[in-house]
Structures are given as C-alpha cells and as structure tokens.
Design a binder for this molecule. Structure first.
Ligand code: CP
Length: 287
C-alpha cells in the first residue's frame, strides 16, 4: 500500500484516502522526522492534523499527568493518535487509556515500530526482497529503540543475518536477542571484520539523552565514525541506512556516495505512515 501511495503521490499532490478524519500528534520528546512525516502523510491523504504542541505550552507544565493528558486528547474524538514519550511503555499505556487507536511513535528506548516499517520498506525497495538480507546494526544498540524494533521485524523473514556491531557496553539488549526466532545473529565490535559481507549497514547515534552518567556518554560517543575514506577503502560498500538524526557517527562526506540511502529512507516515512494511517482509520477492509 505504501508503494501504491508513493506512486499516486508522484502523479497527484493530494489523495482522499483519509478525507474527514483527524490525526492527533502528541510528541513529548523531540522529533523531526516521525512527527512531520505523520503530519505530512495525513495531510497528503486528505485528513487533518491537530498537534499537541510542545509540552511546556500545555498543562503538563502545571503538573498534569500523562494519563489525564491522553484522556483529554482522546475525549475530543480524534480518529487516531500518534504518541511519542521518553517513558518506556507509554504508548501501551496510552492505548490502554484511549478509545481512539494509538500508534507508537517511539517510547523511550523501548520500541519504534513505524521506523522499523519504513526501514523494511526501504530495504525492499533497494534490494527487491527482505529474505536473505545481511545487515549490520552499528552504534548505541543498548539504548536504541530503532534497532530493537528492526531486529524483531527482520526476524519475521527467512534467512536474515544480523551483525550487532558495538562495544560491549553498547551491545544489543538481552531481551532483543532473546526474542529472535528465525534470524541468525553475531555480536562483534569491529566493523572491518564484516563490512564486505554486508548488504546494508544501519548506523545509529550514541544517544546522550539515555545515559544516566554524562561521563559514560563522553567516553563512548566516539566509538564509531563512518566516513567516505574508510568506506572507499573497501572492495564492496554496503548500502548505508541511518534512522537519523546523526551527530558525529556518520560523516556528511558519505552523503554523496550512491550507497548513502538515509535521506531516501527518512522520506519513505511519509508513504509508510500514510499507508498505516489509511488502514487504521478506514472502514473499508480493502484499504
Ligand atoms: N528517526 C526518528 O525517529 O527521527 P526523529 O526523532 O527526528 O523523529
């Protein structure tokens, strides 16, 4: 359906899949791509958007609880609510409270399922299929909701091999690895060992906001830096993905390489989220 929407939007500026419906976006943690791509997606398929705005401009700043806040948003009867919060489990809590459907737009370090959907969509668009893909997930895997959700999504396909590339302190969480049923995986700390085997390298930033001790962040933030020269020293360069935002781990001089796909990946968020919104709000089982 995302393919269909992408094609239609290349021919027409607006579609009417969600005409007469309202998306409420409640983002209590910073976001550029997820918030804006949900909002652009809804507008492009004919719906409306009400944005909750920055938390400091709402009654959260007076001490109102997350639960009461979501109850109020839900009481205005949106067709769907997209929620981002820094607390793990907050999207599930919102879904338990609200009558309207809730989409998890990222809850702390826990999950980012719509990012995983657009990551899969991008891999399929580039490679034609997801089965059999060899992918390296590199960076701050311990705090990363994107690599956790992507791992679980990739595990639904056949013959997938995942290389978790990080120093021990930033390695993939035990619960992520424990949930893998189909995919094979390997943990390592040196990208050079596997880079020429990879179809894709998915880079993530070291997430300062998730560290309890700022000293640990300072010590670990430079663990990996991917730049053009190091990539060009290899016989085979994998496609480079990144959920963005980037900080220092991915040099801007990589952007001009044909293998750099992260801005296309972010753009695909509009089509994937539009498809998801249309399915969530539609009464038509064919949508
Ligand atoms: N990838 C992602 O979630 O980006 P934002 O934090 O900018 O939404």
């Amino acid at each position: 359906m995302a393919d269909h929407i992408q094609k239609e939007l290349s021919e027409e500026r607006m579609l009417d899949l969600c005409e007469g419906t309202i998306l409420a976006t409640v983002f209590l943690e910073p976001s550029t791509r997820t918030r804006l791509s949900f909002q652009f997606a809804m507008k492009k398929i004919g719906g409306s958007v009400i944005d909750f705005g920055p938390a400091e401009a709402t009654s959260l700043a007076k001490g109102e609880s997350f639960e009461d806040t979501l109850k109020m948003v839900d009481s205005y009867d949106p067709d769907v609510i997209a929620v981002r919060s820094k607390a793990n489990g907050s999207a599930q809590l919102a879904a338990d409270i609200c009558e309207s459907p809730v989409i998890n737009a990222g809850d702390g370090s826990n999950e980012h399922p719509t990012q995983a959907m657009l990551d899969l969509y991008t891999i399929r668009q580039i490679r034609g299929k997801i089965d059999g893909v060899k992918i390296g997930l590199m960076g701050d895997l311990a705090h990363s909701r994107t690599t956790s959700s992507l791992s679980m999504a990739l595990d639904k396909y056949n013959g997938v091999k995942i290389f978790y590339i990080a120093p021990e302190e930033l390695q993939a969480r035990r619960e992520t690895l424990g949930s893998m049923r189909n995919a094979t995986y390997q943990r390592l700390d040196d990208l050079q060992e596997v880079i020429e085997e990879l179809d894709f390298l998915y880079v993530t930033r070291v997430q300062r906001e998730r560290f309890n001790d700022p000293g640990d962040y300072e010590r670990l933030k430079g663990s990996y830096v991917l730049d053009r020269a190091s990539l060009l020293s290899h016989k085979k360069i994998p496609y480079i993905l990144h959920p963005l935002p980037r900080v220092d781990e991915l040099s801007p001089d990589v952007d001009a390489l044909p293998a750099a796909k992260y801005f296309e990946q972010a753009r695909n968020g509009v089509y994937v989220r539009a498809a998801l919104l249309a399915q969530v709000v539609s009464d038509d089982p064919l949508v």
